[in-house]
Ligand binder design. Structure first.
Ligand SMILES: NC(=O)c1ccc[n+]([C@@H]2O[C@H](COP(=O)([O-])OP(=O)(O)OC[C@H]3O[C@@H](n4cnc5c(N)ncnc54)[C@H](O)[C@@H]3O)[C@@H](O)[C@H]2O)c1
Length: 276
C-alpha cells in the first residue's frame, strides 16, 4: 500500500545487485511512494547483476560508480542532479563487501590489504559520498541519508569477521557527519541495523543459515525481511522523521534487546536430546 510519503522527492540508491538485495526492495518502495530515483552500483555489479530489470520497472536511470572512487562519486552526484533536475532529497548506502570473508580468512589471520578494502568499500565509502555531496552542495535541506548496518558493530558474532569493524566505523561516520551536516544544512544521517537477510552479501558469511535461524528464534517479532527494511527506510526518507539523526536504529524484531528466548532454549534442548 502506498502512502505518497516521497511524492516529489529525488533519491540516489546504492547497492541493488539483484532482486534479493535490500536496496532493490527500497528502490521499489520508494518508487511506489512517488520518488524519482537514480540507481547506482559498481561497474562489475552492473555486469554481473540484474539492475537494469529494476531500472526498467521503476523508470530509473542507472549510473555506474565504484563507491571507493572519489571521481566516480563526483560524476554520479553531478549526473544524478542533472537527470533528476535538482538536489537530492534522500540517499541509501547499501554497500558491503569483505575480501577476507570471500577468501575464508579468519579474523585472527586477516590479510591487511583485504582488510583495508573491506573498510574502504563498506565504511569509508559513506564518508566519501557525504564529503563529495557536501562539497557539491547536492543534498536539499532536511534531506535524509540512511546506511545499512548490523548488530556485530556492538557485539561479537563468530564469522562476521572484519565486517564487524566496518560496521562500527560506518555507524561512527553517520554520527560524526550527522553532526556537521545537521548543523549546517539540517540533513539527517542514520544507520539501520538490520536482521540477517538472505541476500548475496548476507549469504556470503559462512554459517549464515544458522545465524538467520538463531536470530529468528531469539526475536519476539521474528527477523525483519528486506521488504520490512524497505518500509522502514521509507519512513526515514519521509518528512515524518525530520528530527531523527545520528542514530543507529535497530530493525531486528527485538533481537538486540534479547538475552535468551524460550524458542532458542527449546532448540537447544532438542539438540542435546539428539546428542548420544
Ligand atoms: N543481508 C544481511 O544479512 C544484512 C544484515 C544487516 C546489514 N546488511 C547490509 O545491507 C547492505 C546491503 O547488502 P545486501 O544484504 O542487500 O546484499 P547485496 O549483496 O545485495 O548488496 C551489497 C551491495 O554492495 C555493492 N558493492 C560492493 N562493492 C561495491 C563498490 N566498490 N562500490 C559500489 N557498490 C559496491 C554490491 O555490488 C551489492 O550491490 C550491506 O551494507 C550489508 O552489510 C545486510
Amino acid at each position: 500500500m502506498a502512502y505518497h510519503l516521497l511524492e516529489g522527492k529525488k533519491g540516489i540508491i546504492f547497492g541493488a545487485l539483484n532482486s534479493r538485495s535490500i536496496a532493490w526492495k527500497v528502490a521499489e518502495r520508494a518508487h511506489e511512494e512517488g520518488a524519482a530515483i537514480v540507481l547506482t552500483n559498481a561497474p562489475i555489479a552492473l555486469r554481473m547483476g540484474t539492475i537494469n530489470e529494476l531500472a526498467e520497472k521503476i523508470g530509473a536511470e542507472v549510473i555506474a560508480a565504484d563507491a571507493t572512487s572519489l571521481e566516480d562519486i563526483e560524476n554520479l552526484i553531478n549526473r544524478s542532479m542533472e537527470v533528476l533536475g535538482g538536489k537530492i532529497d534522500f540517499l541509501l548506502h547499501s554497500i558491503g563487501m569483505s575480501p577476507n570473508v570471500r577468501k575464508g580468512l579468519d579474523y585472527d589471520v586477516l590479510n591487511y590489504d583485504y582488510y583495508h578494502k573491506t573498510l574502504d568499500v563498506s565504511a569509508f565509502s559513506l564518508h566519501k559520498i557525504l564529503s563529495t555531496a557536501r562539497r557539491l552542495d547536492a543534498i536539499s535541506e532536511w534531506g535524509s541519508v540512511v546506511a545499512l548496518s548490523y548488530v556485530a558493530a556492538q557485539r561479537t558474532f563468530a564469522r562476521y569477521n572484519d565486517m564487524a569493524d566496518a560496521k562500527a566505523i560506518l555507524e561512527s561516520i553517520a554520527r560524526s557527519f550527522g553532526y556537521i551536516y545537521g548543523r549546517e544544512k539540517r540533513i539527517r544521517i542514520n544507520t539501520i541495523s538490520q536482521s540477517p537477510t538472505p541476500t548475496t552479501a548476507g549469504s556470503g558469511v559462512s554459517g549464515f543459515d544458522k545465524l538467520e535461524d538463531f536470530a529468528d528464534r531469539m526475536s519476539p517479532l521474528g527477523n525483519a525481511t528486506a521488504e520490512d527494511c524497505a518500509d522502514y527506510c521509507i519512513t526515514l526518507f519521509s518528512d515524518l522523521t525530520r528530527k531523527v539523526t545520528m542514530q543507529n536504529l535497530y530493525h531486528d524484531g527485538g533481537f538486540s534487546s534479547m538475552g535468551m528466548s524460550q524458542r532458542a532454549i527449546d532448540q537447544y534442548e532438542k539438540s542435546f536430546e539428539d546428542c548420544p
